[in-house]
Design a protein around this ligand. Sequence first.
Ligand SMILES: Nc1nc2c(c(=O)[nH]1)N[C@H]1C(S)=C(S)[C@@H](COP(=O)(O)O)O[C@H]1N2
Ligand SMILES: [Mo]
Length: 372
Amino acid sequence: MPTENDARVLATRKPRLRIFADDALNAETAPEDLDAPLTPAEAFFVRNNGTLPRIDADAIAAWRLTIDGEVETSRSFGLDELRAAFPVASVTAVLECAGNGRAGFSPATDGIQWTRGAVGCARWTGVRLADVLAACGVKAGAVYTGHESIDVAIDGSGRPAISRGLPIGKALSPETLLAFAMNDEPLPLLQGGPLRIVAPGFPGSAWQKWLTRVWVRDREHDGVKMTGLDYRLPTRPVVPGESPDPAEFAVIVEMPVKSLITHPAAGFSAQVGETIEVRGFAWSGGPPVVGVSISCDGGGTWAAARLEEAADQWVWRRFRRLVDLDRPGPVAILARAVDATGRSQPLDVAPWNPRGYCNNAVHLVEGRVEGR
Ligand SMILES: Nc1nc2c(c(=O)[nH]1)N[C@H]1C(S)=C(S)[C@@H](COP(=O)(O)O)O[C@H]1N2
Ligand SMILES: [Mo]
C-alpha cells in the first residue's frame, strides 16, 4: 500500500478516488465522477511509478529546469524565468494512462488493474516546449527528448521512477507544453506540479511530472521505462505465453479512439416509461472522433448520439442521446466512438498484449428498469 502519508494526502485532496493496493500511490476515478467537460483536480486520477515527492514553497522557488544534449547552448530556467521569457499557451487535452482498461484483458497482465478511470480532461497552461528548445538551438542530430524528474523508485535503489521522452517532432509541435497550471490553478503536486510535460494524444506516461531536465537526444531515449516492453505494443499479434522479441514492439505514440459513459452510472435504476439521457465523452489521440453510437440492448441495435463540437483536437467531445426505457428488466447500455479513418472500439477487448496497454473496448453500463 502507499505510505500512510501519501494515502492521507490523496484522501484529503481527492476523497472519491479508489486507491489501488500498490506500493506507489495510484488511484482512479469512477466514470460518473468524470461527467464535467473539464475534470476538476479533485477528481483527476493519479498514476505514480515511484515515490510521491515532497515539494514545499521553497523548493518551488528554487526549481530549475535544465535543457541540454543536442542543443547549441545548454540552458537552465527557474519557473518565473520560463513564464517571463516565453509566451504563455494553453491547451485543453485528455490525459489517459496507456494502462487504462488493463483489467479487461484475459489472461490478466502485470500492472495496476485500472478499469475505466485512468483518464481525465483538463485545461493545461504553460510554455511551449518548442519555444524553449528553440531558445537553446536544436541541433540537426536531435531525434528525441529524454525527461528527468525528482521522483525515485520505491525499492530504495535511488533510481529514477521513470524517464520518458518524445520524438523530436512531437516535442516541437505547438500543443506540447511545459505546464505549470491546470484548470487555471497552479499545477497540483499530485498532477506533477510545479512543472510537467503535456503531450496531447500521447499516453500519460509521456506526460512527465516534476520535470527538472529535458535532455535532447541523438537517438530514441533509453531512460527508465522507455525500453523493453514498457509502454510498447507488439507490431504483430502476440498470444499469451509467448516470449516475444522486444524488437517486435514499438513505443505507443497515439492513444486510440475511445469513449466513456458518464451518465447513467453502473447499477442505475429507472422506471418503465422514463426517458433518460445517456451521455459521456469521446476522444482520440490520433485522427479525430467523428461519431458515437449508443446501444441500449447490449449491442443488438445502435443509434447515433449527438456529438458536441470540440474547441480543438485534443479535447474530449460530449455525446448525448435521450433514450426511452419502455420495457422492464435489465438494460445494458454501450457507447462506441469512431474516428475519421473509420477505426472504432472493440466490443469486447482490444488485442491482448503482454503489458495490457490500450484497451479501448466499448464501455458497458448495466442497470434495471422497474415495472409499474
Ligand atoms: N515523474 C513522473 N512522471 C510521470 C509518472 C511518474 O510516475 N513519475 N507517471 C506517468 C504516467 S504512467 C501517467 S499515466 C501520468 C499520470 O498523470 P497524473 O498522475 O497527473 O494523472 O503521469 C506520467 N508522468
Ligand atoms: Mo500511465
